[in-house]
Design a protein around this ligand. Structure first.
Ligand code: C2E
Ligand code: CA
Ligand code: CA
Length: 861
């Protein structure tokens, strides 16, 4: 490659002379001896070669003129044209150098010009507009060259093209910017730490995050550590060290850094080793710093709230729960779980553990409330509902909660309390019950009756038990009010309520519907008979006179009865039907009870009804008579009258069923009157037929017995038939004695006052007990057939019979065995001195004529 020589006119010529001028000062140095000249010439060409081959532009200027003495080939290539020689520093003008803002370099600003003036110019960037218009970037430095005395003799400048490097740098910066833009906020900066030299680089909006401008940012690890809160430093360096030591897969640490205004910012720093040397040693770690101050603030607020809650928890046995809306995570405190009957470890913290335990009736309401609140968390979160306890019961829970929002106003967490208010609810229920009672009588009012009746009904549906609805209306109550005033009427109503209460069992429901109307729900019935008994008893109780001050007032109830499930499947229907039956009872002459009957609609009329109620009277019914024998004398001593409705007469019903039906349909009193009348007539007939007077026993059903009118009706019947009452006895089943024994006693005494004997029927069937025998005015006891037929094998029957016999005898009561079916039992009874017996073994029940026949042949021996 040919050497480039400076031409005097156009450019500095690199010649031997020129070189001498560069190397020496002709004023100060003598001309070299000729022999060294050759050597120097050699050196010169060597040096020139080196300068020309240098990959950097080189220029040498004269001092103090600043005139260019030399530039190399690279300089021409870089600048796009040869450098013009210049006589002074002004000569650099127009060379095309520009500052970054496009302003042209003044000639004295050129590094080489500054070096001519004695300045050592460190590398600086210079834009250069080349002749071809392209803008290149140069890194330029310059320095003066001094002689041995230190005088500046030349200035040299070198320059490199860094355009490409610059472009890469700019592209990198752009990428970073875009990255930061992509991060979307000033919350995140990126960091990179080179090891082992500990060079730290931070990328991103450091000013907004750290408050430090780029210049003030730390450049190494120590600088960063210095920013960290003293309390947190160990946490940070620990996290870094653990990662570098391979003990942690990531750096993940939260700590505070100081901002220039001495406030603290919370950072979450994450990072990971990126580069390693061949030995696996970490060369670079990089990651991000995230500003979590806002989150921390929320957390600390939450901590305060939690502290307050914790206090409340311990005081009030509050359970606590928390639902993270964003993650779905749920937490239940140990006390929360205890409310449901679980230990902490027995119930997982899962949403569905709660949801699945909600009471079916509350579920929809509770979930709608919850989700509604999450969508729009305004106002207080406060709700009560039932959850299923471990033991299967439901507990009332009161929940209050607070929604915690993030700094963007999004729901973050719902935190709440959980309080078991079951006891409180029970009390509330009690209070409600009190409020729902009629203030005058203290009975449940209409609303409560309906509510409770509904419950009774569903219980009955489950148990399959019968129950009866009684609609009670007082007869002639209005005249009492009108005549004596409301306060007297009120007193009567109070007394009626008392009697109602006394007449029913605790599990029956008694309420006042208003005015003189009452409603009773009789539960746990075995059959319709029970309801009839209860109604009869009630009739009698309410019909008794009322003593208010000096007044004695009377009223009777008209009672309508409907039966579940026979007369209706819902409470409204049952009440409506009971009401219409009550109306029937009123129509039928008041002071009466009626079962609801569909016969008024289009159901066929029962043959009994048509027989007994229609014009036919009682013609189809008959009485049969069964002999009762004295076991001592073996003589007939009495007979029992038993009702028959022969199949031939459209009947075929057993006596029990017939009586039950009569009770149900409300004509048992009429039937009883007829039986008594028939029995008395038979007694008189036998006498007329020449038979001795046969004492007759007549059965009374429980309902008859409870009828207050019974003694009067019997007395009337007897006197009509002119039978001596001493030949009559009534048989009352001990079933009639349930409830208040005082009433039974009074009733029996009234019957005895007529002069008739009393037989306690069916003793041992399970109702009356021995002790009661002593308290009731009874003349005879009939030991129940079920006991007698089981003799003599059954031990219980033996024991009961023996006990009854000896106890009865000790009280002077005559003991009668009924259902005697064998010689064996006869002997058993005789051995135990049973007074009388009746049974198929001795004689069957017979029509009156047949009985007379039998008596003539067998009864007298
Ligand atoms: P009860 O008062 O216990 O009457 C006795 C029952 O035992 C009668 O049944 C009679 O036929 C039956 N009997 C007598 N001896 C024997 C025997 O050796 N073996 C067996 N297996 N049975 C025997 P009946 O006539 O069917 O009457 C049933 C119930 O109907 C009576 O029980 C009584 O409670 C009631 N009853 C019958 N007639 C009348 C009546 O005129 N008015 C009332 N209110 N109830 C009546
Ligand atoms: Ca009897
Ligand atoms: Ca009996």
């Amino acid at each position: 490659m040919p050497l480039l020589f400076f031409n005097d006119e156009t450019k500095p010529t690199l010649s031997f002379r020129g070189l001498l001028r560069i190397a020496t000062d002709k004023n100060k140095h003598p001309i070299m001896p000729e022999d060294t000249v050759g050597e120097i010439q050699l050196k010169f060409s060597e040096l020139t070669g080196i300068l020309e081959q240098m990959p950097a532009g080189v220029a040498i200027a004269e001092v103090p003129s600043g005139k260019l003495l030399f530039h190399n080939r690279e300089a021409v290539l870089l600048l796009g044209h040869p450098m013009r020689p210049s006589d002074d520093t002004a000569g650099y003008v127009g060379y095309g150098a520009e500052h970054a803002d496009g302003r042209p370099y003044l000639s004295r600003e050129y590094p080489i010009a500054r070096a001519v003036r004695g300045e050592v110019v460190p590398p600086e960037e210079m834009c250069y507009r080349r002749g071809d218009g392209a803008l290149i970037c140069l890194l330029v430095n310059a320095a003066p060259i001094r002689d041995r005395e230190g005088n500046i003799v030349k200035a040299v400048s070198t320059f490199f093209d860094i355009s490409e490097q610059k472009q890469v740098q700019q592209a990198l910066a752009q990428t970073q910017e875009r990255l930061i833009d992509a991060l979307g906020c000033g919350d995140l900066i990126l960091w990179s730490l080179d090891l082992p030299e500990s060079r730290l680089q931070l990328i991103g909006e450091t000013a907004s995050l750290l408050g430090h401008g780029h210049d003030a940012l730390p450049h190494d690890l120590d600088g960063w550590l210095a920013l960290i809160h003293p309390d947190d430093r160990a946490a940070f360096s620990g996290a870094l060290a653990r990662h570098l030591a391979g003990q942690a897969s990531d750096i993940d640490v939260e700590y505070r850094v100081r901002r220039p205004n001495n406030t603290w910012k919370w950072l979450l720093t994450r990072g990971r080793a990126r580069h390693f040397d061949s030995a696996g040693k970490v060369l670079n770690v990089a990651g991000s710093h995230l500003d979590i101050s806002a989150r921390k603030k929320i957390a600390s607020r939450l901590n305060e709230a939690e502290a307050r809650l914790a206090l409340a928890v311990s005081i009030a046995e509050l359970g606590m729960w928390e639902w993270n809306i964003q993650t779905g995570e749920v937490y239940f405190s140990p006390q929360w779980k205890r409310h449901l009957g679980y230990q902490d470890h027995e119930l997982p913290n899962r949403f569905d553990e709660w949801e699945s335990r909600l009471h079916p009736a509350d579920r929809e309401r509770v979930l709608a409330y919850l989700y509604g609140y999450v969508r729009q968390p305004v106002g207080d979160y406060h709700i009560e509902f039932r959850v299923r306890h471990r033991d299967g019961s439901y507990r009332w829970i009161e929940v209050r909660a607070q929604m915690l929002m993030d700094d963007k106003g999004q729901p973050l967490r719902l935190t709440g309390t959980h309080l078991d208010i079951s006891e409180h609810k029970d009390r509330e229920e009690q209070v409600r019950m009190v409020v729902q009672h009629d203030p005058l009588t203290g009975l449940p009012n209409r609303a409560l009756v309906l509510e409770l009746a509904e419950r009774w009904l569903s219980a009955a549906r489950r148990s399959g038990k019968l129950f009866a609805v009684m609609f009670i209306d007082l007869d002639e109550f209005k005249p009492i009010n009108d005549t004596y005033g409301h306060h007297i009427g009120d007193e009567v109503l109070k007394e009626v309520a008392l009697r109602l209460r006394a007449s029913f069992r605790s599990h029956d429901l008694i309420g006042r519907l208003g005015g003189d109307e009452f409603l009773v729900i009789v539960t746990q019935l075995e059959n319709a008979l029970g309801a009839a008994h209860a109604a009869a008893h009630l009739l009698q109780q309410v019909a008794m006179p009322y003593r208010i001050g000096d007044l004695t007032l009377r009223t009777t109830p008209s009672i309508g009865i409907s039966l579940f499930p026979e007369h209706g499947d819902d409470i409204d229907t049952l009440i409506r039907h009971a009401d219409s039956a009550m109306y029937e009872a009123k129509q039928g002459g008041k002071g009466n009870y009626r079962f609801f009957s569909t016969t008024h609609d289009d159901a066929p009329v029962s043959p009994l009804e048509s027989n007994l109620r229609g014009g036919h009277g009682w013609k189809s019914l008959q009485l049969h008579f069964q002999p009762i024998i004295d076991l001592g004398t073996h003589r007939l001593i009495a007979a029992e009258a038993l009702l028959r409705w022969p199949a031939a007469q459209g009947g075929g019903m057993s006596a029990d069923a017939l009586v039950a039906l009569a009770e149900q349909q409300g004509f048992i009193m009429e039937l009883g009157k007829w039986v008594l009348q028939q029995a008395c007539a038979q007694h008189q007939l036998w006498l007329r037929q020449g038979l001795p007077a046969v004492p007759l026993g007549v059965n009374l059903s429980a309902m008859q017995f409870r009828d207050a009118d019974l003694p009067r009706a019997i007395a009337a019947g007897i006197s009509e038939s002119q039978v001596d009452p001493c030949f009559l006895s009534v048989e009352v089943s001990d079933r009639a004695f349930t409830g208040d024994l005082r009433y039974a006693r009074t009733a029996l005494e009234r019957l005895k006052a007529i002069g008739i004997a009393i037989t306690l029927d069916d003793f041992g069937a399970g109702y009356a007990n021995l002790e009661q025998l002593s308290r009731l005015p009874i003349d005879r006891v009939k030991i129940d057939r079920s006991l007698i037929t089981a003799l003599p094998e059954d031990k219980t029957s033996i024991a009961v019979t023996e006990a009854a016999l000896s106890f009865g005898h000790s009280l002077g009561i005559e003991m009668v065995a009924e259902g005697l079916e064998s010689q064996q039992v006869l002997e058993f009874l005789q051995r135990r001195h049973c007074d009388r017996a009746q049974g198929y073994y001795l004689a069957r029940p017979m029509p009156g004529a047949e009985f007379a026949e039998w008596y003539r042949h067998a009864g007298l021996h």
